[in-house]
Design a protein. Structure first.
Length: 292
């Protein structure tokens, strides 16, 4: 059709597409070089128990400490990796870095649970569990139950049988799983019943608006109820204010993460932040949910 509209357009479009592909390949090559040069780092965002006022752990979030552009968030470079054969290399770097960090914190007497994000193409490798076990055995000081793997709800649903198998294999040696961005993937109850995921991580797009959008509030309440029914743990992400926290506590969700608690921070800052953190008073006073 483009050809009928004029040969020029067709040719132009083709050249454009070629250039885009070349640019993406070059960008990936730069990203890969940066990974191998040690320009990537994990930042850590605290996860807290709002009612107990306790820091339970952190989520590791990747950053590119770019020598010219500063701290780049994953949206700028992760998509390049995820579609490529280097997704596994990046993911294994994340696992190795997270385990080393747990070792460092343990030596400083900080026993935290650490969540890491694993991309679909990495998680779907047949030998994912075996390789994870190998990496854990290189860190004998780390208890596998300190490690939690977040996969997108949509990733787990894309290959339910494979996801169940990998999760079961990893849970056998103590690693737990969270379904990230939960609520965005249309999980049916039947799927959830089969998936051995320990945690449902309520997507921040729903959490953000619970104070003014009754439908989002209903979705969040529904996920919390689902977690309770199926014996899973719910955690809310994107908790931006103390008031969001109060509302979540009223709904029966005690665990949270968000800018209202802390932004992701470099590893060295986490022990200091943890020691200094004081929860808002309102959280201890929020009425508790009681279930029959
Ligand atoms: P995610 O796993 O759902 O992580 C939550 C994202 O929301 C993070 O963005 C975090 O910085 C941000 N966030 C946390 N609290 C708040 C809040 O209160 N308000 C708002 N507006 N945002 C908040 P980030 O670090 O840019 O990461 C984006 C996504 O990139 C992550 O979403 C995750 O899917 C992916 N990602 C991050 N690190 C890794 C990694 O090491 N490996 C893989 N495969 N994916 C990663
Ligand atoms: Mg996550
Ligand atoms: Mg998420
Ligand atoms: Mg997300």
């Amino acid at each position: 059709r483009a050809k009928q509209e004029g040969g020029h357009r067709f040719v132009l479009f083709d050249a454009d597409q070629e250039r885009t592909i070349r640019e993406q390949r070059e960008a990936l090559a730069r990203g890969l070089e940066a990974l191998r040069n040690g320009e990537f780092a994990l930042y850590y965002q605290p996860k807290v128990d709002m009612r107990a006022g306790r820091v339970i752990g952190a989520e590791a979030l990747i950053r590119w400490l770019h020598p010219e552009l500063g701290v780049l968030s994953p949206a700028h470079f992760l998509p390049l990796f995820e579609g490529s054969e280097h997704a596994v290399e990046l993911g294994e770097w994340v696992i190795a870095t997270a385990l080393s960090q747990l070792d460092v914190w343990r030596q400083a007497d900080l026993a935290l649970e650490l969540s890491i994000n694993i991309s679909a193409s990495h998680f779907q490798q047949d030998d994912f569990a075996t390789r994870l076990a190998g990496q854990l055995s290189a860190h004998p000081g780390v208890t596998p139950s300190q490690l939690q793997i977040e996969v997108l709800e949509t990733t787990a649903l894309a290959d339910l049988i494979g996801a169940c198998r990998t999760m079961e294999q990893c849970r056998q040696f103590g690693v737990s799983f969270a379904l990230d961005d939960f609520g965005t993937g249309y999980s049916s109850l039947t799927y959830l019943k089969r998936l051995p995921a320990d945690v449902l991580k309520i997507d921040q797009s729903f959490v953000r608006d619970i104070l003014r959008d009754p439908e989002d509030l209903a979705i969040v309440a529904g996920v919390i109820g689902l977690a309770q029914t199926f014996g899973r743990t719910a955690i809310a992400e994107g908790v931006e204010t103390a008031e969001h926290g109060c509302r979540l506590l009223e709904l029966g969700c005690e665990l949270a993460q968000g800018y209202g608690i802390a932004r992701p921070m470099p590893a060295a800052e986490l022990p200091v932040w943890t020691a200094a953190w004081q929860p808002p008073q309102a959280w201890a006073l929020a009425p508790a949910q009681h279930y029959a």
